[in-house]
Design a binder for this molecule. Structure first.
Ligand SMILES: Nc1ncnc2c1ncn2[C@@H]1O[C@H](COP(=O)(O)OP(=O)(O)OP(=O)(O)O)[C@@H](O)[C@H]1O
Ligand SMILES: [Mg+2]
Length: 363
């Protein structure tokens, strides 16, 4: 078990800034996930921690000791890759033994440790198989066994499940988390799959364009996003235009005065209102709001009934595209496109962000 501290880390490829001033603190034994869209710098950060890339500046500490100048093989980190990266010509047992042989561990101890680790990843019965005789999920568990058998202080995993089919991904997700808890190993996990990140992590760190946007618990990332990027990237969100005029503010679509929520915000700052689809209620026709609600009139674009719920897509008169996910209402499901509908939400469920891709939360 080991804590990881990263300070002011910066990495450029030529003049491409892949990582810009990364500061991260990872508690010992936790499962820490880097989440973000393609190209945001996740792999670069992981490989810089592993020592495969050299940072331009900044420090990386494990258990308080700086490692940023050590060669990769002396960093005491294990790494699991997306494409398994196991040796095709070696059996499962020999693949897992490899790192221990390199470290000149005595044969008896190798046999014992490899046996134990294969039990942990539930491949005990497969020790003599060759990689081509294994499924993708089993191959990835060999990759994991290889990384953990050397008992690294920190385990790094770069999209280890992304080459697997959906069902296996979900099974192996739970499996990985069980193993990580069992070993208590500090883990840094990379994914661009938000559901995977929310389901597995103690802390989710959302990255965009080489910059950390927010690092918090899964629930906090979802319920209290600190900026518009996080609100849009994690879970779905509707963004509605807001008209401000001095101290007065209302949704451009009509149906809601939001002056009070924005009362302390300086005039002139442009904002948008975010509403989660699952917090919206849909009714037919145009109806007025209760004081604790907003009621946004719209035209129905499409409604799809998908069993447990219905998805309702509408357009407001301000041109906002709005999606609601709600319990099926036969009256709404029966509506023709173009019909008048009203989206309602409780005021407490509205969040406000400054305009712009990464605009900060203002209310
Ligand atoms: N060897 C390299 N030389 C030049 N630019 C690179 C190199 N590796 C990565 N980059 C650039 O650095 C940025 C970050 O890349 P990185 O591979 O870290 O992203 P990522 O978040 O892992 O993306 P993905 O989800 O697609 O794997 C991208 O703009 C990428 O094009
Ligand atoms: Mg990557």
């Amino acid at each position: 078990m080991a804590s990881v501290e990263i300070s002011a880390l910066r990495k450029l490829y030529g003049d491409v800034v892949a990582l810009s001033d990364i500061n991260i603190s990872i508690p010992s034994g936790s499962f820490y996930t880097l989440l973000g869209p393609s190209g945001c710098g996740k792999t670069t950060l992981l490989r810089t921690i592993a020592g495969f890339h050299r940072q331009n500046s900044g420090t990386i500490g494990v258990e308080g000791a700086p490692i940023e100048d050590l060669p990769a093989y002396r960093r005491d980190v294990g790494m699991v890759f997306q494409d398994y990266a196991i040796f095709p010509h070696l059996s499962v047992r020999d693949n897992v033994s490899f790192g221990l042989k390199q470290r000149k561990v005595p044969a008896g101890e190798i046999a014992r440790r490899v046996g134990e680790v294969l039990e942990v990843v539930q491949l005990g019965a497969f020790a003599d198989r060759m990689p081509h005789e294994l499924s993708g999920g089993q191959q990835q568990r060999v990759g994991l066994a290889r990384a953990i058998v050397i008992e690294p202080k920190v385990l790094l995993m770069d999209e280890p499940l992304s080459n697997l089919d959906a069902k296996l991904r979900v099974d192996l997700r739970a499996e990985l988390r069980r193993i990580q808890r069992e070993l208590g190993i500090t883990t840094i996990y990379v994914t661009h799959d938000q559901e995977e990140a929310l389901a597995m992590s103690d802390i989710v760190c959302v990255m965009y364009k080489g910059v950390i946007q927010q690092a918090s618990t899964p629930l906090e990332i979802y319920m209290e996003p600190t900026n518009r990027f996080v609100a849009a990237f994690v879970g779905a969100n509707n963004f509605l235009a807001v008209s401000r005029d001095g101290t007065a503010a209302s949704l451009a679509a009509g149906g809601a005065d939001v002056s009070q929520a924005l009362a302390s915000l300086a005039a002139g700052i442009e904002v948008v209102c975010a509403i989660r689809p699952e917090t919206l209620h849909v009714s037919t026709g145009h109806t007025a709001a209760e004081p604790q609600d907003i009621a946004v009139p719209a035209r129905l674009r499409e409604v799809s009934f998908i069993g447990r719920e219905m998805e309702v897509f509408g357009t407001t008169k301000a041109g906002d595209e709005v999606k609601a996910v709600a319990r099926p209402d036969p009256q709404v499901v029966a509506l023709a496109p173009g019909s008048a509908i009203t989206f309602r939400a409780a005021r407490k469920d509205l969040l406000f962000f400054e305009s712009g891709e990464t605009g900060g939360r203002v209310a």
